[in-house]
Design a binder for this molecule. Structure first.
Ligand code: TYD
Ligand code: MG
Length: 458
């Protein structure tokens, strides 16, 4: 019999190699390769072509009832989830420490419990007393939540197995859980993966919605194995700057709905308050135009949100390497835009430090932000303010063209509602309606038009 080949499986990304290495060649994590039982021994013992049970095939159009979603009672949370929690599904909630994950889930748990749902809240991070104190401060102490502080998955599943299965199970957080069937301290890759697997199996078999809180590493990924993201049905990220009041709840993956809707909350003394009309939240409210500031009508799912983009350019006298720092936007995208402005418009940023900031702690993901960022940069470089009450949107290509973006009309309509009367965007972006409705729409075909408009305007 052929010698069984050794298999080493990366505990972080699941990739397989046939020799041990210190670093996984796929995800570049260190010390994650572990030997697993060779496949050939199994296949030698079991002839896989006979003796199994026949499985049934079904047609794609076979009638399947749509999952009945359970409303959380927090419309913003429901919106980000795509309509509510699906029974038997697993949701992973990631976010920086102190951003408000526990607060949000306690409020959700209380709201479902008040609506007659059976809710279990397991905290592995805080003692039950601490959670109770928070509930009292939030005015939620009367909700009938089954609260416990525990970290052993075996204890948790034994307890849940001996009672009526809950409608919602919250585990805060998965990094504090441990299973005695797996080696390693809580928070290690194998523990996190194993515990998540057991809890998800319970959720699927008992039709209870499971929410796992997950920590986030310094670079913003959910700590622990990437495979955890594959195991759950929904991955949500709770974002914002801790020093700012506003928080955005975003779905990064959703097996039951779209991932482009966001929920917006404000952290107040009484916990998280919902913000149902966020379109003007991230504007500074200043009326005087300033050089380096541009307003961008962003679109989150179906909701427009107007955000202010600020750029600062500092010329360096010495030959030191200039810094580029970005808050709220993609670093690589800024480098690309600077390169396009240099190559296509002849602007010189090479000896200048460039700082870019999206106001209000907001994180931009909409590709249409390119033109607004370019407008802020050109305005900062030339030290000329952009026209009063103007908005900018459009995607910029490497050739310096302004490309059309989705829902230009929606962006313009919302901008008009908030008192903006001048807009610049792609040539065919606004369509007839948009242009007709909007008082002053300046179609732009390339970044050169932008430079003309900013530098050419007195
Ligand atoms: P928390 O939910 O504990 O964050 P996480 O679970 O994501 O680590 O939220 C902690 C922060 O929220 C804390 O720094 C204080 C703030 N906070 C308020 O401002 N108001 C409130 O009513 C509550 C409960 C918390
Ligand atoms: Mg917490």
């Amino acid at each position: 019999m052929a010698k069984p080949k050794r298999r080493y499986v990366c505990q972080a990304c699941g990739s397989i190699s046939h020799r041990w290495q210190g670093q996984c060649p796929d995800c570049a994590e260190w010390n994650t390769l572990m030997e697993e039982a060779p496949a050939t021994v199994f296949s030698a013992k079991h002839d896989l072509s006979g003796g199994g049970r026949a499985i049934d095939f079904v047609a794609l159009d076979a009638p399947t009832p749509l999952p009945v979603r359970r409303k959380t009672g927090l419309p913003e949370f429901d919106r980000a989830l795509g309509g509510g929690l699906v029974p038997g599904s697993a949701v992973l909630m990631g976010g920086d420490p102190g951003i408000g994950k526990s607060t949000l889930l306690l409020q959700t748990a209380a709201s479902i419990a008040r609506g007659g749902g059976n809710v279990v809240y397991i905290s592995g991070e805080e003692a039950a007393g601490q959670v109770r104190l928070r509930a009292e401060r939030l005015g939620l102490a009367d909700a009938s939540i089954k609260l416990a502080s525990a970290t052993s998955v075996r204890d948790i599943l034994t307890t849940l197995g001996s009672m009526e299965s809950p409608d919602l199970l919250v585990i805060d957080s998965i990094q504090t859980m441990h299973s005695d069937q797996i080696e390693g301290a809580p928070g290690t890759v194998s523990q996190v993966r194993g515990c998540a697997l057991e809890l998800i199996r319970y959720a699927k078999s008992s039709d209870c919605a499971l929410v796992l809180v997950g920590h986030v590493t310094k670079d913003g990924n959910i700590a622990g194995p990437r495979v955890m993201e594959h195991m759950v049905d929904v991955v949500m990220s709770f974002e914002g700057e801790r020093s700012h009041q506003y928080r955005v709840l975003r779905a990064l993956k959703n097996r039951f709905g779209a991932v482009d809707e966001i929920g917006v909350f404000a952290m107040e003394g009484q916990g998280l308050a919902e913000v149902s009309n966020p379109s003007s939240l991230f504007l500074s409210g200043r009326d005087e135009p300033l050089a380096g500031s541009a307003v961008f009508p962003a679109l989150e799912g179906t909701r427009p949100v107007l955000v202010e983009i600020q750029a600062l350019i500092v010329r360096l006298q010495s030959g030191a390497t200039p810094r580029r720092a970005v808050v709220g936007w993609d670093n690589g995208r800024l480098a690309m835009l600077l390169a396009v402005l240099e190559a296509r418009c002849g602007l010189n940023f090479s000896s200048a430090e460039v700082y870019l900031n999206v106001a209000g702690g907001y994180r931009l993901t909409d590709p249409a932000a390119d033109l607004a960022v370019a407008a802020a940069l050109v305005s900062a470089l030339s030290d000329r303010a952009l026209p009063r009450r103007s908005v900018w949107f459009g995607e910029v290509s490497l050739a310096g063209e302004i490309r059309p973006v989705a829902h230009a009309n929606l962006r313009l309509r919302e901008s008009a509602k908030l008192g903006f009367d001048s807009a610049a965007g792609p040539t065919n972006g606004a369509g007839k309606e948009g242009k007709g409705d909007f008082p002053d729409y300046r179609p732009m075909s390339s970044l050169l038009n932008l430079v003309d408009r900013v530098v050419g305007s007195s």
